[in-house]
Design a binder for this molecule. Structure first.
Ligand code: PXL
Length: 253
């Protein structure tokens, strides 16, 4: 049995964060391990409040788990605080973790800040160099690289900047672009992951996409193959989304 670990925030709606990651791992036949990095109060209308888990307790969860079980891949989601980023970076080194995917979450769709400026800098310096894949959306890629993103050429420029920070593979996701939905995959060469433009608002797409990449890496795929399979997985998931709360749709996977 292949195992994937997610280090992520707790979302009571089950659409994003740790719960979404676990559902994706399960539906892709990978056993899910999870360490909670923050608690949130949120629903389909947005994130109302965040309580970060203490860095020492994140370390404790990881140490106890990893001294017993070695995951085949690791996904990192919302870390929120700089101290939490440092705690996770220390653990990555201590346990020589590989196949690491980070979704560098900065803002929720509803506009709530999910990581402070210092946390983002620490992610770039202390986590990116250990990552197999990073999956920023255009807003995150723009925030970290300083490149203003309006089209695919801008996404390519941002991807090149981000790769310089040390990740092996960069995927700038294009779901928030106006005209097209193409994800730009860059590992020294460019590859393009195409999806259909889907209207409406969805909760947890970024979390699910990066979790699916993690699961496919755990199953032994290359980063590019994992990204292509994850894109197909998401294209199918959109067809099974449903509306139940006041705003964003959820995924039935
Ligand atoms: O999509 C970013 C994200 C990640 N993790 C948690 C979240 C969100 C967005 O709402 O709540 C826990």
């Amino acid at each position: 049995m292949k195992k994937a670990l997610t280090i992520a925030g707790f979302d009571p709606s089950g659409g994003a964060g740790l719960q979404a990651d676990l559902k994706v791992f399960h539906s892709l036949g990978v056993y899910g391990l999870s360490v909670v990095s923050s608690l949130t109060a949120q629903n389909t209308e947005g994130v109302s409040s965040i309580l970060p888990v203490d860095a020492e307790f994140i370390k404790k969860q990881l140490t106890v788990l990893l001294s017993d079980i070695k995951p085949d891949a690791v996904k990192i989601g919302m870390l929120y605080a700089e101290s939490n980023v440092k705690a996770v970076a220390g653990i990555i080194k201590k346990y020589s973790l590989g196949n690491i995917v980070i979704d560098p979450v900065i803002l929720s769709s509803s506009g709530k800040r999910l990581a402070g400026k210092n946390a983002v800098t620490a992610i770039r310096k202390k986590i990116f160099p250990f990552c197999k894949v990073i999956t920023p959306n255009i807003h995150e890629a723009s925030f970290i690289s300083g490149v203003r993103i309006k089209n695919i050429t801008d996404m390519e420029r941002a991807a090149v900047c981000l790769k310089d920070y040390g990740a092996e593979n960069v995927i700038v996701t294009g779901g928030h672009l106006e005209q097209v939905t193409v994800d730009v995959f860059y590992n020294g060469n460019f590859h393009y992951l195409k999806g259909k433009k889907i209207s409406g608002e969805y909760h947890g797409t970024g979390c699910m996409f990066s979790a699916a990449i993690t699961a496919f890496l755990a199953r032994g795929n290359s980063a590019l193959k994992a990204a292509k399979l994850a894109k197909e997985f998401m294209n199918k998931a959109f067809r099974k989304s449903f509306g139940t709360g006041g705003r964003m749709r959820l995924f039935d996977i």
